[in-house]
Ligand binder design. Structure first.
Ligand code: GLP
Length: 240
């Protein structure tokens, strides 16, 4: 695990977007693993600029998103489908048929087909991740064991609390989500995890410095051969 400290979220966004751009320029049909939440937004903003400047072309790119809330339709404004349209897909030339996001219906069987689709696409070349205050990646919440495949999970109180800011009230936050599992994330050839702000300092410390444990799902990244953790000074505060 390689940890890089930056001065601001914007600086991280520029650096992460440069890695994504290089990936797509050198392999136009790259398979990109994408995330939601506030952490990847500056990266997406910069990627849109690079597309508009004619530097990156996403016409052959395939994308797989990490997760979705159960019970929200694609056009619900708080769904991750809507988030991705608004923050990236509507502003670049990725083909709609190359975009994959788990569905918010409660069909358990879609997990296996989602994992198969990732494999059939050749596996994820580059995965972007955020981290929850409780150490979750995607919606892999702290548990007794790591769950490998895409699965439906009940959200913890701390995640419901943290994500309430995107909804009108805490009561509106769905209680369940579907999430790519630890196996698909770990099989990505390269991973960038972004964490900013002091609320992430403890999760970053546990991910990087404590023993690998499903109680801090992000700690599994210690075992990934090419994972870069991009943090600002506040998120890095407990590391030194
Ligand atoms: C959600 C998402 C995660 C994300 C996390 C952190 O729970 N499922 O993929 O990493 O929030 O979000 P943020 O980047 O807004 O802090």
């Amino acid at each position: 695990m390689n940890i890089k400290v930056y001065h601001s979220a914007e600086e991280i966004g520029k650096a992460a977007a440069a890695v994504f751009a290089a990936q797509v320029i050198t392999k136009p049909a790259s398979v990109l693993g994408l995330a939601t939440g506030s952490s990847p937004v500056p990266t997406y903003r910069r990627l849109i600029e690079l597309y508009q400047e004619g530097i990156v072309d996403f016409s052959q790119t395939v994308t797989f998103n990490l997760d979705e809330y159960i019970g929200l339709s694609k056009d619900h404004p708080c769904s991750y489908h809507a988030f991705m349209q608004e923050n990236l897909f509507s502003c670049i030339n990725v083909k709609p048929e190359n975009i994959h996001i788990p569905s918010g219906d409660s069909d358990e069987t879609q997990g296996a087909s989602y994992d198969c689709a990732i494999q059939e696409a050749g596996g994820i070349d580059l995965q972007i991740l955020g981290i929850g205050n409780n150490g979750h990646i995607a919606f892999n919440e702290p548990q007794d064991t790591f769950t490998m495949g895409t699965h439906i999970i009940s959200l913890t109180e701390s995640t419901i609390e943290a994500n309430a800011r995107f909804f009108e009230s805490r009561e509106e936050v769905p209680r369940q989500a579907i999430s790519m599992g630890i196996g698909s994330i770990m099989r990505a050839r390269r991973i960038l995890l972004i964490a900013t702000g002091k609320a992430k300092a403890e999760a970053v410390y546990r991910m990087a410095k404590e023993e690998v444990s499903p109680m801090c799902p992000a700690s599994i990244l210690q075992l990934h051969p090419d994972a870069t953790i991009m943090v600002d000074e506040e998120a890095a505060a407990m590391l030194s």
